[in-house]
Design a protein around this ligand. Sequence first.
Ligand code: SAM
Length: 241
Amino acid sequence: MKIDILSIFPEFIDSYLSWSMIKKSIDEGFVDIGNINIRKFSKNKHKKVDDYPFGGGPGMVMTPEPIYEAINSVKTSQSKVIYLSPQGNVFNQKKAIELSKEEHLILISGHYEGIDNRIIENYVDEEISIGDFVLTGGEIPTMAIVDSIIRLIPGVLSSNDSFEEESHYNGLLEHPQYTRPREFLGHMVPDVLLSGNHANIEKWKKEKSIENTYRKRPDLLGDRDLSKEEVNILKEIKKEL
Ligand code: SAM
């Protein structure tokens, strides 16, 4: 998979690309990430990429030409062009799975008051938001999206860290996790996890995943078709709570 990140702060993106799972996935060839400075495409002698908004108003707007040139420098017939924007579709795990299957993503990070709307209307396939709040720039949203996509590429995570069991992958939240010590300030790890009985442990995990979802994000249960077994588990949980 190829991802090209277009921003005016490539140094900020670079620092993220050199750590942890992202660095490993690049080094091992699972993903090829281009970190492109939009400023490089400015024809202005001071490499300016913003100007005053037509019609007035506060702040500056990113001009269309350098962004257009930056897109064209990497775009192929396989590319999907995404603009990170608080006005976009709100990102979630389903979208991460969908994007992880794309051949080539071009992610545009805005700044100031955003980018000239003619780029969005004519050269962007989708606007994506990471939530209903406004950040100063699209770099953090870009990195959040890149991180969530890369961990879904087969082979990036070891089988021990399988993403299939994590929250949201199957529409539920994950079960609670515990590690050593068995007793912490008088708080015990649930007995079943220490029992060595794998069938019981799996049953417990399934029940706790449904309970966690019911307690913390009941809205998710409405969005998902529950199996007969899950419906029965949920009935029992509701009786006990
Ligand atoms: N004036 C814009 C508006 O009201 O819709 C907000 C611009 S924001 C200050 C600057 C840049 O940050 C945007 O161009 C976008 O790339 C990024 N950004 C801010 N909040 C975001 C969010 N929730 N999701 C994705 N990108 C965001």
